[in-house]
Design a protein around this ligand. Structure first.
Ligand SMILES: Nc1ncnc2c1ncn2[C@@H]1O[C@H](COP(=O)(O)OP(=O)(O)OP(=O)(O)O)[C@@H](O)[C@H]1O
Length: 548
């Protein structure tokens, strides 16, 4: 749960987002410097090119100035549709809407109080009001706090913002990294009631025992260790936290209504596709609270492992369907260590490098030969198992890759492998669909800077935090990992954006996984070049083996 669940954005949204980014207006360079990004309108400076991005798809000459009442009059015909839409939404929200509204008001008052307090402390100082407070509750810090108080949906939205540097201003992306922190555990008594309700049987007829202390607790689900009664097999039970679906429905409907009204009042916003994007996020988040989807993803991956003969080298947990539902997922318990725990890995296998080669081959193979690929390969989700196999867990986020993106990725990987940054810059600009005249040399220099900073990443941090078998150490590792990855990715996006390049979202998702693998390579096989090593197969000749 700690990572972006926006992965399932549909093609229309990706297209809309791309379209919405196409409205970049380049202005002459005013020199290099740091990036500045503001909400709604971005101004980016980097190495000789300054780009202004406006969220508008029409050319300035097309816009006819109109006063507010006349604009509304023009849209009077759309009013019945808006009313109907809002009514339907409020019916589907039901009484939980009023309850959430009360909770929302409480949260706004709470964070508003914090802001006022901080404001009064700083207002009288000589330094004046810090920039991060000037937007009130819309400032990144207070908005993040508000999201946390509002609970699961907003924490998820926060995680989405934190993982989508292509769409949101950098200050928000950075602040919302905090949304990846662990959530408080739900008392076991509540988890037990959900299990009873879902399985419709006495729990002791299904499980020999369930450990009341959770292995992990995140914003949406909680995981408990257990043993099956019938087979005496060790399992883990992933349980959706209580009230999560209601909260999601009420919150997402609320966000939709606000967007719909805003769009009606301000037709300019229509061009930003706000409503379409929110609709899409809503659908993908609602999918996430259906564990049957995760079960489908796991089973697709298992079929892929078998079909490709990878099942002796890698595995995903078996799904126990007889005790799995929409809100409960009972999985075979895997025993292993995260791929970043070098000491433990050395004690399990003689050659950690081979483990990495396997993980890479299995994952690269799944990009083109499986229905979907695992799109959250952080260290907490990629293990070396006691039997020497590589274990993949948590299939809540998966991606699907189009042939077009794969073609682009191949060009990119080839230049990445040879560290030919000029070729990479040209390839990216060619596939970036910008058509603007960019300075390929300086773009190449910026790309080189980013990739050197990836190499300088301190892998010691990962080892230190991942050492130790307790869950806290592993979670700390996951958080550090996630933050660093997003920070790096943000850099890449910043440079690319400053040259007017836009990555398709699936490409961005792939890149992020590659950055994870790059870190694992530095740790487990420092002398290996993962894109050049002949043991690793990332070429298109696998495309013919696609199974779907
Ligand atoms: N099959 C399994 N065997 C052993 N442990 C598991 C298994 N599935 C999950 N876990 C444990 O539960 C934790 C949380 O599970 P999972 O990753 O599926 O949920 P999550 O809440 O999405 O976690 P995260 O956000 O850290 O990815 C894992 O990091 C792992 O420690």
């Amino acid at each position: 749960m700690a990572a972006a669940r926006g992965a399932a954005l549909s093609r229309p949204t990706i297209l809309l987002l791309q379209q919405h980014h196409r409205s970049l207006h380049q202005v002459p360079a005013v020199g290099g410097g740091l990036l500045r990004v503001g909400a709604g309108r971005r101004r980016v400076r980097a190495a000789g090119v300054r780009v202004r991005a406006r969220y508008s798809s029409s050319s300035p000459s097309q816009a006819q100035p109109q006063d507010f009442p006349s604009r509304l009059q023009d849209r009077a015909g759309e009013l019945p549709k808006l009313v109907e839409d809002l009514l339907q939404t409020s019916i589907s929200t039901g009484p939980r809407g009023a309850f959430r509204m009360a909770q929302g008001i409480q949260a706004v008052l709470g964070v508003g109080g914090e802001w006022l307090n901080d404001f009064s402390k700083t207002a009288n100082t000589s330094a004046g009001i810090p920039a991060q407070m000037r937007l009130g509750l819309l400032s990144p810090l207070y908005l993040r706090r508000l999201f946390e108080r509002m609970g699961a949906t907003y924490i998820k939205l926060g995680q989405f913002i934190a993982s989508a540097p292509t769409f949101f201003p950098a200050e928000y992306v950075e602040e919302f990294q905090n949304c990846f922190d662990r959530a408080p555990a739900v008392p076991y008594s509540e988890i037990e009631s959900i299990l009873r309700e879902e399985l419709q049987r006495p729990l002791d007829s299904v499980y020999e025992y369930i450990d009341p202390v959770p292995i992990a607790s995140a914003s949406i689900a909680q995981v408990h260790a257990a043993r099956l009664k019938s087979s005496q097999k060790d399992v883990v039970i992933k349980v959706l936290k209580p009230g999560i679906e209601d909260t999601l429905v009420a919150d997402l409907n609320f966000i939709y209504v606000v967007a719909r009204v805003l769009e009606f009042l301000n037709p300019e916003l229509e061009r930003t596709s706000l409503v379409a994007i929110i609709k899409d996020i809503k659908e993908s988040m609602l999918e996430e609270v259906d564990f049957r989807k995760e079960a489908v993803n796991i089973e697709a991956f298992q079929r892929y492992l078998e079909a490709m003969g990878f099942d002796r080298q890698a595995k995903a947990p078996f799904v126990y369907q007889h005790c799995s539902t929409k809100r409960v997922l009972t999985l075979e318990r895997l025993y292993g260590v995260p791929l970043t725990d070098l000491d433990s890995i050395r004690s399990l296998v003689p050659d950690p490098e081979l483990t990495l080669v396997t993980a890479l081959n299995v994952w690269f193979g799944s990009l083109i030969s499986c229905e979907s690929f695992h799109a959250d390969v952080h260290a907490g989700n990629l293990w070396l198992l006691r039997d020497g196999r590589v274990g993949f867990i948590d299939f809540g986020i998966v991606g699907r890759i189009s042939p077009r993106t794969w073609a682009a990725m191949e060009i990119f990987l080839a230049s990445f492998a040879t560290e030919d940054y000029n070729a990479m810059a040209s390839a990216l600009s060619e596939m970036g669909a910008t058509g603007t005249d960019i300075d390929v040399d300086s773009f190449a220099r910026d790309l080189q800077k980013i990739f050197s900073s990836i190499q300088e990443l301190d892998t010691e941090i990962i080892v230190a935090t991942a050492r130790g078998s307790d869950a806290t150490a592993v979670s700390a590792n996951v958080v550090v990992d996630e933050r660093q990855m997003n920070a790096l990715f943000l850099d890449l996006v910043r440079v690319s954006e400053s040259y007017g390049l836009k990555f398709p979202r699936e490409f961005a998702l792939l890149m992020k996984q590659l950055l994870y693998f790059d870190r694992y390579t530095r740790l487990l096989a420092p002398s290996m070049n993962m894109l050049r090593d002949e043991r690793i197969n990332i070429t298109t000749n696998q495309q013919t083996r696609r199974m779907d």
